[in-house]
Design a protein around this ligand. Structure first.
Ligand code: PLP
Length: 377
């Protein structure tokens, strides 16, 4: 009975949940009456498409960031500003000197910078497959050979295979931790050893876009390597995810001061004052981040509890998204969810029967679960 109740809890929206509990509370209520009450208590189709396709923050910017944005509108005539203050703030928060820091138009610009640096001499890069494509795609378009190393059968980044795939002409190795679209992490000790070894002769780029969401004792940021002054390592973070500022394009790279100077000289974007003011305010406000983290975990729990109960294969999430083996072609799954006003992630070949689903608000994830059950349950 207990599991049936908890199963209902995530199938029903918060208001309908009250109704459900009320029925349960009436002793002697005929079972078919209870059933029909539950049957009626379904979550209605929302009017607007729910975005579960781009790993965005469903809550938007924090209130303090919004206030900073409104105030900064008046500064829209300025080319930029705040760069030094922002570096100072990041320097204090990360305990690395400001000379280690580059700020990009989103971490996407810094990822492309990695692709550019690798492509300046002929050669190759090594990346996991699948992974986030900004860096590999940019390098490929610039003429670099991209060596893609499949993840292991249990969906982990395969460090041994990546080490073996490195050639004498390999200029850069990209690691995304947690990975995307597979929200798995790389074990911290193996990762540190790998980076120290590989970065002796080539760049290692470590993308920590989802760092703030991880709750896993096997995970650690590699910021310590930057703090130690190690060379040939670029580590990126972003204001797009937990801070909810994806549209305003602010991201950070941390590297040795010599490399940071090279990156800063080659950046092609221009920071915008509105994004910078918003990010500056947001990084000083950990209340919003804590709230986003808590609700993201609640959303993940709603989805993962259902998947576990229903025996649906998925990768336990270390980010703000799930990777689910639906057993159906993703093009069809995407289209059927779209009809229900839910946008889910694009195909990630070769995982044609898997779907990447970004966490929206908890009630929206209850609707997702209800829809999943209706379509494939
Ligand atoms: C792993 C990873 N890195 C970087 C990014 C890009 O973030 P930004 O908005 O900072 O360019 C994303 C966006 O989805 C991502 O998934």
């Amino acid at each position: 009975m207990k599991s049936r109740i908890s199963r209902r809890n995530f199938l029903l929206g918060s208001s309908t949940l009250l109704a459900a509990n009320a029925v349960q509370g009436i002793p002697g209520t005929p079972i078919n009456l209870m059933k029909s009450a539950f049957a009626q208590a379904s979550i209605p189709r929302p009017d607007k498409m729910i975005r579960m396709n781009a790993n965005e923050n469903p809550w938007g910017p924090s209130r303090v960031a919004l206030r900073a944005i409104y105030a900064a509108i008046e500064e829209a005539s300025l080319y930029s500003g705040l760069t030094n203050d922002m570096k100072q703030l990041m320097s204090e928060q990360q305990d690395v000197g400001p000379e280690h820091i580059s700020i990009g138009s989103g971490s996407g610009e810094l990822l492309k910078m990695g692709g550019l640096l690798a492509s300046m001499q002929e050669g190759s890069i090594v990346v996991p497959d699948p992974t986030f494509e900004d860096l590999p795609r940019y390098a490929e378009n610039a003429g670099t050979k991209v060596i893609r190393v499949p993840v292991t059968s249990d969906m982990q980044t395969d460090l041994d295979a990546m080490a073996s795939a490195i050639r004498s002409d390999t200029k850069l190795v990209y690691l995304c931790n947690p990975n995307n679209p597979i929200p798995s992490i790389i074990e911290k000790n193996a990762l540190r050893d790998f980076i120290l070894d590989v970065s002796r002769d080539r760049l290692v780029f470590i993308d920590e876009a989802y760092h703030e969401f991880v709750d896993n004792p096997d995970y650690s940021t590699m910021m310590g390597l930057i703090r130690e002054g190690r060379r040939n390592i670029i580590l990126t973070r972003t204001a797009s995810k937990i801070h909810g500022l994806a549209g305003l394009r602010v991201g950070f790279a941390y590297s040795h001061p010599d490399l940071a100077a090279e990156i800063n000289n080659k950046l092609t974007g221009q920071l915008n004052i509105i994004g910078m003011r918003a990010a500056y305010a947001s990084y000083k406000d950990d209340e919003h981040s804590k709230f986003v983290l808590r609700t993201t975990r609640e959303s993940l729990d709603i989805v993962e509890s259902y998947l576990r109960e229903a025996g649906i294969n998925h990768v336990k999430s270390n980010g703000n998204f799930s990777f689910i083996e639906t057993g159906h072609d993703i093009a069809e799954v995407q289209a059927r969810f779209r009809e229900e006003n839910i946008a889910i992630g694009r195909p990630f070949p070769p995982f044609r029967n898997w779907a990447r689903v970004s966490m929206a608000k908890p009630d929206e994830m209850r609707y997702f679960v209800q829809t999943y059950k209706k379509l494939y349950g």
